[in-house]
Design a protein around this ligand. Sequence first.
Ligand code: T4K
Length: 373
Amino acid sequence: MASRDDPIFVTRPFLPPLSELVTYLEEIWATRIVTNNGPFHERLQRELEAFLEVPHVSLVANGMLALETALETASLAGEVITTPYSFVATSHAVARRQLTPVFVDIRSKDLNIDPALVEAAINNRTSAIVAVHCYGNPCDVTALDEIARRHGLKLIYDAAHAFAVRHCGRSLVSWGDYATLSFHGTKMFNTFEGGAVITRTDRSEEAVKLNRNFGITSEVTVPVIGTNAKMSEFNAALGLLQLKHLDDAIRARRMIDERYRLAFRDIPGIVPLAVAETTEANYSYFPVLVTEEYPLSRDELYDSLKTDNVFSRRYFFPLLSHLPMYKELPSSNATNLPIANRAADQILCLPIYPDLSEQSQFRVIDHIRKKAK
Ligand code: T4K
């Protein structure tokens, strides 16, 4: 039973019953296959392909390497148009591939990259668009797809937040040339550390699998300079168990989401981000904008919650365009990114995870309500 003062974090990893994992560990101990495309790894890939309704899932060690591997496989050069409003992995993956990120602004309705501004930023050095389905809310996939095709650009979705999301009746990760997932402990589907690259063609799948395994094709053949981005049997076994419990976890998250939305209806200045009617959400985050109508600024509310042992997070502040390695880029100029700058100053992600008790959630809500008076 949670006590009145227990810390409440923005998230807690969902963990399946330990006894179920022990059964899988016994199998690993018996076979002594611990990594390199073992049986759990292969099974998880197949189950995810079926679950996500995509032709090719390649498991990798984490979401950052998923992005780096996708960018490597896409054979890019020059500039990549991307969002400044994301976790640092997005622009770091671009920069670590020796590509230049070009930031364009986001839309206020979903905080995702604005397709019209993407199109305006394209020049003869542009080779790809890296868009993020922020908080699992779908980008304008139709517009981005059309722009990418017309200009001959690769379209890569950082779908780290978008596991199990459906858009217009279709799996969200089925859009784009590549979509990448994170299975980090803080994600709604977690394998402690892990991730995946979703590809459209047999050829790109083969290239991802080559790149994640040092570029080795046989004991004596190494045609490309790959990396080690493989997922171990332990992580894959855990993933299989997480899939079994996913429906219950999403249901629990949805109840928490609904309770917050109801509670904040009558609190001016606490504005939950809307989810489009065409979206079947995964409820992985609960982002609110703390606007001028609320008596405290976002940072004051963030600090005030901490005094009550509630640890919300400012995802995503600071903007990527404010980080030392990107701030001198011409596209980082604040006048180029007004909506992203405002969102970064107002955003607060509130605790949401399947085990968050009603009592703990009301501690968060009551604190926010009291400060509103
Ligand atoms: N693209 C996007 C759009 C992403 O958001 C991310 C990751 C990536 C790519 C890269 O994917 P990975 O390479 O990570 O697979 C967290 C996560 O570390 C990161 O995965 C995530 N995005 C980002 C949005 O959030 P932090 O620095 O906020 O994590 P941390 O350790 O402060 O954890 C937050 C809270 O979660 C803690 O206060 C308590 C709880 N927690 C955390 C961990 C790690 C636990 O209860 N248990 C745990 O083991 O970055």
